[in-house]
Design a protein around this ligand. Structure first.
Ligand code: ADP
Ligand code: MG
Ligand code: MG
Length: 208
């Protein structure tokens, strides 16, 4: 597909909800090793609230404003404001349009990622969702830059997000609750990087 319609963006969110609810136990198990065992329930509660609230938005900014505000208000943990900011920034960057092309999709996701960084202050290698998101967006841009359509670019982003997720395993956490464990945080996947890989899996499936 050349153009990503509002329906496909809603499909992205619906698939993300399905992935985090199906994998709620797994995400919580990861968070029980290096956090407070609530990442699965946080993400499931947040995305269920999002899908309940969606309604029939007419523009990309209206859609993602609802998504972002719902996540911020329904998820108590660190991940709610971070994912909330991510989606809010996609909306404000896209504006009152009813579809995205490769360039505007990339610009929106990139602005969302920058929102996560400015809110959470994590750097690459700190063992957070940033370690899946950054490589995913770099791969998306590289794919679009070589002439691929958004579907192929999203597939490349998903591949890179999985590699970024896997690369968090040996890292020592420097942000979030896992950082309280110091060296003992090494040897476990980061829960937020794992949910971010699901975010890009959902995008790849929605655009395929
Ligand atoms: P909490 O840690 O408040 O219980 P969650 O368990 O829902 O929240 O989310 C934890 C995830 O949030 C971590 O695995 C990490 O990926 C992400 N995270 C935590 N702090 C930051 C931060 N400052 N910047 C980016 N991501 C972060
Ligand atoms: Mg937690
Ligand atoms: Mg918590």
């Amino acid at each position: 597909v050349a153009d990503v319609s509002l329906d496909r963006l809603v499909d992205w969110l619906t698939r993300f909800r399905a992935l985090v609810t199906e994998n709620q136990g797994y995400l919580t198990e990861l968070d029980s090793a290096i956090g407070d065992a609530d990442h699965g329930s946080n993400m499931a509660r947040g995305m269920n609230a999002v899908i309940d609230k969606l309604g029939e938005p007419q523009t990309v900014d209206a859609l993602f404003k609802t998504v972002g505000m719902t996540l911020v208000s329904s998820v108590g943990g660190a991940s709610g404001p971070l994912y909330g900011t991510f989606f809010l920034r996609i909306g404000t960057t896209a504006g009152a349009v009813d579809s995205l092309d490769g360039a505007t999709l990339s610009a929106g996701l990139r602005a969302g990622f920058e929102g996560v960084i400015s809110r959470g202050k994590a750097e690459p290698g700190d063992k957070t969702m940033v370690d899946a998101m950054g490589p995913a967006l770099d791969a998306l841009d590289a794919s679009l830059g070589s002439g691929s359509d958004p579907a192929a670019a999203a597939a490349a982003a998903f591949e890179a997000a999985q590699r970024g997720r896997d690369a968090t395993e040996p890292l020592v956490a420097r942000k979030g609750r896992a950082s309280y464990l110091g060296e003992r945080s090494a040897g476990h996947l980061d829960p937020g990087a794992t949910s971010t890989a699901f975010l890009f899996q959902a995008l790849a499936e929605a655009l395929a």
